[in-house]
Design a protein around this ligand. Structure first.
Ligand SMILES: NC(=O)c1ccc[n+]([C@@H]2O[C@H](COP(=O)([O-])OP(=O)(O)OC[C@H]3O[C@@H](n4cnc5c(N)ncnc54)[C@H](OP(=O)(O)O)[C@@H]3O)[C@@H](O)[C@H]2O)c1
Length: 212
């Protein structure tokens, strides 16, 4: 069934796949972005709105009538290595806008590094992007504290590939969760919204096996 979806981070690598796949699946999509010129996609079901996700008011004005928000925001480039509250602040403004617009469904991309385990490889990257992970923890906390139907997806390292199958595990790291495609994450987020699955769950993701 067609849904009205608002995407945050639609100019990013995950967001671009999310936008593309949402349109391909027949949804009405609003891309709420700070740089509309970066959206090259043209489609009758796509509306591009210029705005900053840090600000509640413009988001709350656009949001009424949407069925869900899908957020693929992330720090750009070197920002991931510096202390930041970007994602926590965007989570707060998103939640405030949802309250005002009576939108109750939110899916958010977080990171598998927040799960324990993963061995030395995970430990190395946890140290490397510790500031970004701290921000993600804070963003997740903001969302978990709401009464909304949220889903938090935690994928491992993401790569560019058209492969869109994934494995998912509720509240845990799937086996061999080393990498997967941006598009597979997008596919998972849309499946959750379309099927109403994984509400109020944190879900670990991994590359699919044999089309799983
Ligand atoms: N990439 C990975 O390997 C990986 C692995 C696991 C988890 N994740 C998680 O997935 C999420 C998305 O990752 P990605 O690699 O797809 O991100 P990305 O390509 O870097 O895109 C980031 C998005 O966030 C927006 N953004 C950045 N700074 C902003 C700011 N100050 N104000 C407003 N918007 C801002 C960007 O908009 P502009 O175009 O306007 O800058 C862009 O749309 C991240 O939270 C990350 O933790 C990523």
């Amino acid at each position: 069934m067609t849904q009205r979806l608002l995407i945050l981070g639609a100019t990013g690598r995950t967001g671009t796949q999310l936008l593309d796949l949402a349109l391909a699946r027949g949804h009405q999509v609003t891309a709420f972005v700070r740089s509309p010129q970066k959206i090259l996609q043209r489609h009758p079901a796509l509306t591009v709105v210029q705005g900053n996700p840090l600000h509640t008011d413009p988001l709350a004005q656009v949001l009424p009538g949407h069925d869900a928000i899908l957020s693929a925001l992330g720090p750009s480039g070197r920002e991931a290595f510096r202390p930041s509250t970007l994602l926590a602040e965007c989570a707060a403004s998103t939640v405030a806008a949802m309250e005002r617009a009576s939108v109750k469904r939110l899916v958010l991309v977080s990171a598998a590094l927040l799960f324990p385990g993963g061995g030395l490889r995970f430990a190395f990257f946890r140290k490397l992007i510790q500031h970004h992970l701290r921000d993600l923890v804070a963003a997740e906390a903001v969302i978990r504290a709401t009464p909304f139907a949220w889903t938090i997806a935690r994928p491992p390292r993401l790569i560019a590939s058209l492969e869109d199958s994934y494995r998912s595990e509720r509240e845990g790291l799937p086996t061999s969760a080393w990498s997967m495609s941006f598009r597979a994450v997008a596919s998972f987020l849309l499946d959750c919204v379309e099927q109403g699955t994984h509400t109020r769950e944190v879900v670990g993701l991994a590359r699919g096996e044999h089309g799983a």
